[in-house]
Ligand binder design. Structure first.
Ligand code: 0X9
Ligand code: ZN
Ligand code: ZN
Length: 334
């Protein structure tokens, strides 16, 4: 049977997607949302109890960056756990009864394949364009959110190349089109990266805090001061949504930590990791998906992208707790 405690090649993941869908027909459907630059099919797994009406959904993607192998391993783990615990775990059952989770197990398939065959440290897509011999763009700099204004490069040879224009990468366009098409049902966007043990929320393309989109905010566009990130004792109205993001992220981090003590830091991307425009989280948020989070999984640098297979299980188990914590909150606030 499938080995979730090893990193799996794309051929294996692709076969796994088919076999999971075939063996769980009442809980899963698949849909091809597009083709990669090199012609591979991008398939989402829609997990949830079948329903005659359209259910609210959480979109979860893994493997935006090719070398972050623990990320696709987590999406596979999530799907396995969902299938195994539906009907026995009360929270998973309630979640999948009420909502769908739409999982894109590997976003950047061409890049992932390239890390298996040629260069383990590849990050970008594998697109080619005339005028440069350098290959690929950074999919997490290619979304239409302050595109290429900060923390991204316009040099095609850079690892953070933002692409020729927003959504120039067909994989990014496919995901963006899918989310736009299903926007009325998508209540949360979760994207999984590695490494650094962070739980990030918007914004990353600006230092401005993501508070002004909240219906809770009646006050003028005052800014929340950074001193509010960790203390919630005197939050004033413009900070309500910030508080909500921060509180949810800290709750999720605490749930994650409860299993093995793994420490996570949470906060808006720009101040917590670095300013970087064109990311999927900011894009989804500005489109109206209020719960938008980027996970940076284990570790903090000892192994970095080369996280040993012995850490797949503990990393995935602890991350499940954080994802389920966020999902429960989203569900409660539908
Ligand atoms: O730089 C990134 O794209 C992410 N870090 S990684 O080491 N996995 O490359 C962080 C993304 C945070 N969100 C945005 N920049 N929008
Ligand atoms: Zn990444
Ligand atoms: Zn204050």
């Amino acid at each position: 049977s499938y080995n979730y405690m090893k990193y799996n090649s794309w051929d294996k993941v692709e076969a796994w997607i088919s076999s999971m869908a075939a063996s769980n027909p009442s809980l899963m459907t698949t849909e091809v949302i597009g083709q990669t630059f090199e012609g591979r099919s991008m398939t989402v797994m829609k997990i949830g109890k079948q329903s005659s009406s359209t259910k609210p959904a959480i979109f979860l993607d893994c493997g935006i960056h090719a070398r972050e192998w623990i990320s696709p391993a987590f999406c596979q783990w999530f799907v396995k756990e969902a299938m195994e615990t539906y009907g026995s775990d009360a929270q998973m059952t309630s979640l999948l009864d009420q909502m769908d989770v739409i999982v894109l197990p590997v976003f950047n398939i061409d890049g992932y394949v390239y890390t298996w065959t040629n260069n383990r440290m590849w990050r970008k897509t594998r697109s080619r364009r005339s005028g440069s011999s350098c290959i690929g763009a950074d999919p997490n700099r290619n979304f239409d959110a302050g595109w290429c204004t900060t923390g991204a490069s316009s040099n095609p040879c850079s690892d953070t190349y933002c692409g020729a224009k927003a959504e120039s990468e067909v994989e990014v366009k496919a995901v963006a089109d899918y989310i736009r098409k299903h926007l009325s049902t998508i209540k949360a966007y979760l994207t999984v990266h590695s490494y650094s043990q962070l739980l990030l929320f918007p914004y990353s393309y600006t230092y401005q805090l993501a508070e002004h989109h909240s219906e809770l905010v009646g006050a003028p566009a005052a800014r929340c001061s950074p001193s509010h990130f960790h203390t919630f004792t005197h939050i004033t109205p413009p900070c309500y949504l910030l508080w909500q993001h921060q509180a949810l992220a800290e709750g999720a981090s605490k749930a994650l930590r409860s299993l093995y003590g793994t420490q996570y830091t949470s906060g808006p991307g720009a101040v917590t990791i670095y300013p970087a425009a064109g990311g999927s989280d900011d894009w989804a948020y500005d489109l109206g998906v209020k719960y938008s989070y980027t996970f940076e999984l284990r570790d903090t640098g000892r192994y970095g992208f080369l996280l040993p297979e012995s850490q797949i299980k503990p990393t995935c188990e602890e991350t499940m707790l954080a994802v389920k914590y966020i999902a429960a909150h989203v569900q409660k606030n539908l």
